[in-house]
Structures are given as structure tokens and as C-alpha cells.
Design a protein around this ligand. Structure first.
Ligand code: HAM
Length: 443
């Protein structure tokens, strides 16, 4: 027996019966992007590894343990030049967006670039429910000289909340914190080191390492004894400068004015290095250990650190797999969008049925047919399974009289229509009162 090849661990197929749910979420997000004035950007799925090391951070888990690198193989192949560069699949979107912003001189073209992206990201993590090696994000980045307003922070956070709600995810919490400027962050890390120095023994080996290299990481370690230590820490905002404190107060006031509910969490630091000032996380406790639906924050120095102009930025990314896990089931999205199922009661009627099928599709009616010749019963079963609102049947009598019988599957009523007047079918199927037509409109 031949070996069956499965998809690589940590990846999954999105089967047609699931795709409607994905499209629903995407469509909800795209609608909000239009209202909020964010435009789509598409960047490559792989980049120079150095881009991620310099943005996400050398000491981050992503760069340390999770990068999926590309290997160029085969002497004399067209990809020979790749041997001299280290390339990785993108673990997130922000670094690529900033790279593109710089490369395309966007600061000279507009004061504020408001961009969004939807697509796959790749991290070599240990897979579990809600944690994959290929997963999908809906993300937003607002970058430019005019990005320094606390109202923009509120807009971006508000947009993330709005996309979750419009996608059917209602049950989530928003956590908020500020890290302040680079200087404030430095003060915060000094403070953390000083309070943790007497508890080093209680930290896991990873965190003892992190204590030296990036002490913030200790705050979101999942290890039980580290969590205990972190729980006892007295954290206030004493490390913040007055300007940073005022900025944070303005962000909170703007969120309050939008009626957005949040919990302040001084322990929220995020696992990526580039953040300054506002950071936030959206979580859903029902999801278990992988409960983060999305997260984001400001990164006022990243553009400059990657060789670009000195402009600020803020953004977020939502994990689509987790959004779908947290979303209430919507039964109508499970059904296929067939409006009319065409049935030929004998092979000799098939050419006419096939013509009718094409006619319906040209008129923007979704229609399908059974390609194997089978009896009425089995074809009606198929029609039922397809969820079609109507069945258009051609049997002996219809064939001779140049007609079709149109059956309404909701109430069982049927009428004969001359094929010369097939436009009538369109009118009936598109009738706005038909529940099927309404459902179709949703897609
Ligand atoms: P992140 O927190 O690394 O941030 O990821 C954002 C979201 O992506 C997570 O909250 C989660 O829902 C989802 N996610 C991350 N890793 C996985 C995984 N292995 N499997 C399934 N879902 C996952 C970022 O990526 C930043 N770029 C966000 C950002 C944009 N900050 C500023 N702009």
C-alpha cells in the first residue's frame, strides 16, 4: 500500500464547509476597514531573516525558537542566489509592513499610512488547540508623521473590538497597559530586575536567563512558580515620565469616550520587542490556555531602527483561527449557497438541462446539477442536501412541451414555466421574500 501523505504538523486544511465561516469574518473585517479608511497591503510570505531579528527582537521566543527558515537546495538551480541570504517565513506582519513602508518612501507620500492585511503567518511552535505553525492574522498598522495622537490609539483599539463584534465574537476581555518611552522601558526593566533579584531561585531556568537578557519576558511566563512570583510583584507606574503618563491618560479618556471597556494590567508587556507606550490584548477565557484572540500596541521607534524616517506607528493583529473558535456557531453559514438545483430525469434531457444551468448562472443565480444519471429520488436527495431553495426539473412531459417544472423546496409548491420565458424563473428565485434569497444576500 502506498503511504498516505498528511499535511505537515501544525497546519490544517480549511475545508469548503468551513470556508464560509472564514469568508464571513474576512468580509466583516473588510467592511470595517472601509469605514475606518484602512487600505489593504500584501507583502511576501517570506523575508530576510534579519528583518525579524531586528524588529520582533533577538531575545523574543519567536526569533529564538520559532523561525521557519527556508533552505535553498539543488546546485545550479534558479534559486542559487538564495544560498547567500537567510530567508524566513514571516512569523507576523508588522515587520514586513514597516519594511515596505520604508522601501516605498511612504513618509514622503502621505502623512499617515493606514494599512491592513489578511493572511497566513508561520511560527515553529509546539502545536496544540488554537496554536498552529501556519495560522492566519487580520492585522492593521497605522504609520507616519501624523501617528502621534492618543486618539489614534483609541481608533486602532476600537477597530479591533469592532471587528471582533462584527465577526460574531462577543465574549472577550480587553487588557490595556503602557510601557512608556524607551527610557521609561529601561527604568521599568531596572525596577523589575531589582525586585526580582531576591526571587531568582523561584524562577524557571528560562526566566533566569530572561532576567539578564529581557526581563519583561518573565512577566508572561506560563511556568507555575514564575506566575506565583509575578503575582506578588507590586507594580505601579512610577517608572513612567510625566509625558508618558499624560499620554496614557489621554488614551484611556479617548477609549472611555468611545464606551470601550478595558481592564488595566500593569503586567501586560507582550512578547515582541518593538513596543513603546500603549499595549493591549484581547482574550477569551473560554479558549483555555491559548486565549489571546489578538494583540497590539505602539511601536514608535521601529521604523527608524529599520533604517527609515523617525515616525511613530501603532497596530494590532487578530488570530483568525482563535476568532473562529470563539465565535458563536452560525448554522446558515454551514449551508452551501446553491439557489437552484437542476434535475434531468433522463440522460436524453441532459443537454437541455445543462443549457438551463448555464442560463441561470449567467443571470447570477447559483445553480448546480447532478452529472451522473440517476433516478428522481436520488436527485431530489442531492438537491435537498445542497440546501437549494428551488429544483428545476425536466422530464418527458416538460421536454415535449419545452417547459421546466420549478419546485419551491420550502413549501413544496410547483409550477410549470416555458423555457422561452425562463426569465420568470429568475424573478421567482430572486423574490426578496424568499428566505433563501435573503440568506444568499448575506454571503
Ligand atoms: P502576536 O501577539 O504575536 O502579535 O499575535 C497576534 C495574534 O495572532 C495572537 O493574539 C493570536 O490570536 C494569533 N497567533 C499568534 N501565534 C499564533 C499561533 N501559533 N497559532 C494561532 N494563532 C496565533 C503580533 O503578531 C503583532 N504583529 C501584532 C501587532 C501588529 N502589533 C502591532 N501591530
Amino acid at each position: 500500500m502506498e503511504k498516505i501523505i498528511s499535511s505537515p504538523r501544525g497546519t490544517s486544511d480549511i475545508l469548503p464547509e468551513e470556508v464560509l465561516g472564514w469568508q464571513f469574518v474576512e468580509k466583516a473585517a473588510r467592511r470595517q476597514f472601509l469605514y475606518y479608511g484602512y487600505r489593504e497591503i500584501r507583502t511576501p510570505l517570506f523575508e530576510e531573516t534579519e528583518l525579524f531579528a531586528r524588529s520582533v527582537g533577538q531575545t523574543s521566543d519567536i526569533v529564538q525558537k520559532q523561525m521557519l527558515n527556508l533552505a535553498a537546495q539543488g546546485a545550479g538551480s534558479d534559486a542559487d542566489d538564495m544560498k547567500n541570504s537567510l530567508l524566513s517565513l514571516r512569523p507576523e506582519g508588522t515587520a514586513s509592513i514597516v519594511r515596505s513602508y520604508i522601501q516605498n518612501n511612504l513618509d514622503k507620500k502621505e502623512r499617515l499610512s493606514k494599512w491592513f492585511y489578511i493572511g497566513p503567518m508561520f511560527r515553529g511552535e509546539r502545536p496544540q488547540k488554537g496554536r498552529l505553525r501556519q495560522f492566519h492574522q487580520i492585522g492593521v498598522e497605522a504609520i507616519g508623521p501624523d501617528s502621534g495622537s492618543p486618539y489614534l490609539d483609541a481608533e486602532v483599539i476600537g477597530l479591533s473590538v469592532c471587528i471582533l463584534r462584527e465577526s460574531g465574537v462577543d465574549d472577550f476581555n480587553l487588557k490595556l497597559n503602557t510601557l512608556g518611552t524607551l527610557e521609561d522601558k529601561e527604568n521599568f526593566s531596572k525596577y523589575l530586575r531589582s525586585v526580582l533579584s531576591s526571587r531568582l531561585d523561584a524562577l524557571c531556568p528560562d526566566c533566569r536567563n530572561r532576567y539578564e537578557r529581557n526581563v519583561f519576558r518573565v512577566l508572561d511566563c506560563k511556568n507555575k512558580s514564575c506566575k506565583e512570583v509575578v503575582k506578588d510583584l507590586q507594580l505601579d507606574y512610577s517608572y513612567l515620565s510625566e509625558t508618558s503618563r499624560n499620554y496614557y491618560e489621554s488614551v484611556k479618556a479617548a477609549l472611555d469616550s468611545l464606551g470601550i471597556v478595558y481592564q488595566e494590567d500593569p503586567r501586560l508587556v507582550r512578547g515582541l520587542d518593538y513596543y513603546t507606550h500603549t499595549v493591549f490584548e484581547l482574550s477569551c477565557s473560554r479558549l483555555g490556555s491559548q486565549d489571546a484572540l489578538g494583540a497590539g500596541g505602539r511601536y514608535n521607534h521601529l521604523v527608524k531602527e529599520l533604517g527609515g524616517p523617525d515616525v511613530g506607528a501603532i497596530g494590532f493583529a487578530l488570530g483568525m483561527e482563535r476568532m473562529l473558535l470563539a465565535k458563536a456557531e452560525d448554522a446558515t453559514l454551514k449551508s452551501s449557497p446553491v439557489q437552484v438545483y437542476v434535475v434531468a430525469l433522463d440522460e436524453k434531457f441532459f443537454p437541455r438541462a445543462f443549457q438551463l444551468l448555464q442560463f441561470l448562472r449567467k443571470k447570477e443565480i447559483s445553480a448546480d446539477i447532478n452529472f451522473s444519471s440517476s433516478g428522481l429520488k436520488s436527485q431530489m436527495r442531492q438537491a435537498n442536501k445542497s440546501g437549494a431553495g428551488f429544483v428545476a426539473m425536466i422530464g418527458e412531459e416538460e421536454f415535449i412541451q419545452g417547459k421546466v417544472t420549478l419546485k419551491n423546496m420550502a413549501d413544496g409548491s410547483q409550477e410549470q414555466i416555458l423555457l422561452d420565458e425562463a426569465e420568470k424563473i429568475i424573478k421567482i428565485v430572486k423574490e426578496p421574500e424568499s428566505p433563501r434569497a435573503r440568506e444568499f444576500e448575506k454571503l
